[in-house]
Design a protein around this ligand. Structure first.
Ligand SMILES: [Mn+2]
Length: 326
């Protein structure tokens, strides 16, 4: 494991950088990318950001979001240093980027997932940090680097997203102190950031939520809840997989539920799974059984089966895990 000092010298010694993050990038992934981008750019470095999936609309208020390029643009890019943010394994950046984005000198891996693999030449893995944005903030502080208002906004968005607006168990006094610092350093109102990210919903998403909640099922003892989203529901409501974000939290809120599962049918017929835990069952371990990853209380995986059989497979393991805690 490396420290911030190693990273400061690495950045000083090189001139060309590429940054990437996991597929379906969230507020932490994008906020962290943009914060680091601005920092390196201001140092006079050549910096590129390549993501497999586009920036969701709700993050298109973040300064410089349009600098994020798609995977194809990385075709002839060979940076001296490749920085991977918020991805628990190199596979998470997507097949194409993994194949073509090969740095000349070093891979830097900065992450806070408990399942994080040390795949980099430099690894800064801090599972106690609320978010990758929190690690980046500390990295800046360690080098007495001035955080400009744009960067403060990007980091704040990362913290806010990964802590579920400062209500998940990863919210520590330190997280809140950093958030307070970022509000002071920035030029934004926290309620406006919330509105940008959570209150610009399209009507279709609410209709999709309605259809999805009709599929709600509970295990006999009420400890596991699951919902199902099919391709035909997405078509019917003119929504995409992005719109499913947050649904699993709705059913997690049911009294007595320990594990919540949201199963989404992918265009190829396979299933994308999101998992939430009330705290007793480690859903990072549950996801890892299916080659997924994440945090103890929030994780995900892809299962190469249709949703109904994917749920069956998950229920078996989830039931066993619930038995083990009783
Ligand atoms: Mn994160």
């Amino acid at each position: 494991m490396n420290n911030f000092h190693d990273l400061h010298s690495l950045f000083k010694q090189h001139q060309t950088f590429a940054i990437s993050t996991h597929v379906n990038p969230d507020g932490d992934a994008i906020g962290s990318e943009l914060a680091l981008y601005t920092y390196l750019y201001k140092l006079g470095k050549t910096v590129k950001i390549y993501n497999t999936d586009p920036v969701p609309k709700k993050y298109q208020f973040l300064p410089n979001w349009e600098k994020i390029e798609n995977a194809q643009a990385a075709k002839d890019c060979s940076p001296e240093v490749l920085i991977i943010l918020d991805a628990s394994s190199l596979d998470r950046i997507g097949n194409y980027l993994k194949k073509c984005l090969i740095p000349i000198n070093a891979v830097v891996n900065i992450d806070h997932h408990i399942t994080a693999e040390a795949f980099g030449d430099y690894n800064i893995i801090v599972p106690t940090a609320s978010s990758t944005a929190e690690i980046i903030f500390k990295f800046f502080k360690s080098g007495q680097i001035l955080i400009d208002p744009n960067t403060a906004l990007c980091l704040y968005a990362g913290l806010m997203f990964d802590t579920g607006c400062f209500r998940f168990s990863n919210t520590t006094p330190e997280t809140l102190r950093i958030a307070a610092d970022l509000i002071e350093l920035g030029d934004f109102a926290p309620d406006e950031v919330y509105t940008e990210v959570y209150e610009q919903l399209r009507l279709g998403k609410i209709h999709l939520l309605g259809q999805t909640l009709r599929t709600l099922n509970l295990s006999g003892d009420g400890s596991i809840a699951w919902i199902l989203v099919t391709q035909s529901m997405l078509k019917d409501t003119e929504t995409t997989l992005d719109d499913v974000e947050g649904f699993v939290n709705q059913i997690q809120a049911i009294a007595g539920v320990e594990v919540a599962i949201c199963a989404c049918e992918l265009p190829d017929g396979n299933t994308k799974i999101s998992l939430r835990s009330e705290g007793k069952v480690d859903v990072a371990a549950l996801a890892a059984e299916f080659k997924g990853g994440g945090h103890e209380r929030a994780s995900g995986c892809r299962i190469n089966h249709p949703p109904t059989s994917a749920i069956k497979m998950l229920l078996e393991s989830a039931n066993q895990r619930i038995k083990n805690i009783r």
